[in-house]
Design a protein around this ligand. Sequence first.
Ligand code: SAM
Length: 269
Amino acid sequence: MENRLNELTGSEWLYWTNTIYETNFPPDATHRWRKMHGAMKPPALMAEIISFFSKSGELILDPFAGVGGTLLGAVSVGRQAIGIEINPMWVEIYRKIAPSEEEKDHPGQQKGPKMLLGDCLECMPGIPDESVAAIITDPPYGCQQREIAFKRETNFNMKSTAKDDFGNCNSYPEYLHKMGLFGREAFRLLKPGRYLVLMIGDRYQDGEYIPLGVMVAERLRQVGFTWKGMKIWWNKATQRPLKPYAIKSCFVPNITHQNILILRKGSKC
Ligand SMILES: C[S@@+](CC[C@H](N)C(=O)[O-])C[C@H]1O[C@@H](n2cnc3c(N)ncnc32)[C@H](O)[C@@H]1O
């Protein structure tokens, strides 16, 4: 039977449908630069996701590209890629680690990846309708990140001062509204029957669990996507010791997983 989505065998496809996704990727040569970004993703992880949701030579879009994990992953598996990133610091790091790939043609007419600096809500309208095979992305996980707690957990900065940065929204309703605007554009750009895949972490804030993955998926359903599933990603390689929050007092989770939301333009398989 013809494979309409990717180049995997039946058993590779089946393996990938497991909703639990554990990885342990070793750092690659670009890691020392990319780790300056507090939320960068391993190119090897992105390459696996891209390999499921596209075929060689197809165009992948990452509208929240950071230091370019998706772009590097796309190149490694022979896809074309466009990234959009609002923070010039991350674009600069990406250009440092991928200068030879940028805007250069690859053998067989394939174009090198492009990283655009700007707000994705302004850049996406410049991309033609139904021209993208897969949107694989990792937006800010809501807003109101507590700077001090974040810095204590990590040794790097993730936020920008840009007013259009989704991470700088004043409230969750504002953040979800912007995710809806993003979703509308994503729907327009995707080829019919293809996928929007988002990595979204849940949050715990002011004493309550915030199921951000579910909230974002629901917003994207409202703009027309069909929610096909979610994979729970756990990166063993970066697991830190669990923190003793409120021990013997009340339950507070150590959120060690991230949700990979899988949404499709169209419902019929
Ligand atoms: C979770 S990070 C993505 C990290 C990326 N996966 C990587 O490997 O580096 C989300 C990124 O979205 C960017 N961002 C936030 N709002 C944006 C917007 N309106 N347009 C484009 N990028 C935006 C942030 O600056 C941040 O780098």
